[in-house]
Design a binder for this molecule. Sequence first.
Ligand code: MSP
Length: 531
Amino acid sequence: MGEDRFYITTPIYYVNDVPHLGHAYTTIAADAMSRFHRMRGREVFFLTGTDEHGQKVAQAASARGVSEQQHCDELHQNFKSLWERLNISNDAFIRTTDPEHKDQVQTALQKLWDDGWVYEQDYEGWYSVSDEMFVTDPDEIESLKAAGKVEFVKEANYFFKMSAFQEKLVAAIESDELGIRPTSRRNEILGFLNQPLGDLSISRPKSRLSWGVELPFAPDHVCYVWVDALLNYCTALRYLNPGIPADDSYGPVWPADYHLIGKDILTTHSVYWTTVLMALGLPLPRHIFAHGWWTFEGQKMSKSMGNVVDPNLLIDEFGVDPLRYFVLRQMPFGQDGDFGATALVERINSDLANDMGNLASRVSNLVAGDGGAIVPGEATAATASILEEFENAATDYEKAFEEFEFSAALRRIWDSLSAANKMIQDTEPWRLRKERDEDPAAGALYDEVMRTSAIILSGAAALLYPVMPERMQTLWESLGWTGQLAELRYEGDSRLLGAPTGTVVKGDALFPRINAKAVPTFTERAAGLDG
Ligand code: MSP
């Protein structure tokens, strides 16, 4: 997209899965980024959805004794309702069983066929149903065979000439036309591309699997589920984005600025998807960002491991915004991190309840007790450096945020919150307030300390809104501001980084402290969940 547009996607999640913290993680990050760009005046298109074809879905539906479509119609709601609870502001939700998506997939497949990028050849090999993939690594085959997780398959197959694009793909990655992030992932893909690239089987015979999009040039085959799924990033633009004319292209929104994914699906995105786009004559996504995994007691959280943490339980216990904050703050985006309830409670109590909540309640209690006005005035030497530091922190925050360095970005805001708390401890405004009738200097310092704290809290509320939309709106209003943070625009909005002019009100605790002893250990609760 151009300067004023921003197109971001999450993977489309397997409809069969019960949504867990890993899925929530990607979606929360994409949501925070979307809100961030909207506040900076960009026209954002944020897409998420569900991946609904393939053997696993067919098997699960038949096990439940319902049709595949009914199964998908019911299960995709698990994702939709979690996204609503998590306050996800996606602009569209795509389902690969949408008739418009299927039509578009067929159009793309027909074009690949017409342009000579697809050929037919028999294929035999070991197929993993759980991954919907042929396994080629001999060691992996042996171990999967032992576990009964692969089956031997010989069938007519349609192949996409992926190998033809190897050089072009390497050049696109090296020149950063296709920006793979973080750099370690870029190197991983370049390493992978050091080996000759094979062609990609893009069909499954209907005799084995009928739950998929029919190949328009070979109606006894359906499209390999990954090709069907990846195409969602383009097909959605044709029917789920009302602002975009439905012409022959995918409109001005393509290419995506960011495909946000977990590192488990880096190859499918960086190699399969990009080469399909090349064959279709479409521009490549500007960036693919592969983040790390949430592990649980050291193991990747996944349904098959039976160790998933249900975000719904975490929301019930801790609220939406503390969870959103925790996942973005806890580990650098791109690295793995282990989930633990103790770490979550610690973050809530120290960062949110103490650093931010106490500062907010001190200011609102004191100022509201005086009628709620922040007294305007200039900063003196007593607070000038704190304000200057806050402006620096805000600049650093924006830069880091834009690069998906959420954790580092958030830390910078907390530097300022800590500085404001220290100022309060050092100046003891509750004492100054008692002395102000006799001592005008004490009164002036009191006003300045309240004003400086309110400026920092107001700026923090606006900056942190993309991460904690609901709580920051509450903080914003308690500081006397009116209007929705969602509608605030950085360019040209004079209220940003200024002192509140409305009436400060005393509110309930912004982030109640969690009694660590009363929290169930999510180890037990999670272990009891049926993925
Ligand atoms: N359906 C495919 C994606 C097709 S995209 C065209 C798929 N779905 S999935 O349901 O398995 O979701 C995978 C994504 O969920 C990961 O890429 C990642 O974004 C997120 N996560 C799943 N487990 C995760 C963790 N344990 N930790 C962090 N994120 C993980 O693959």
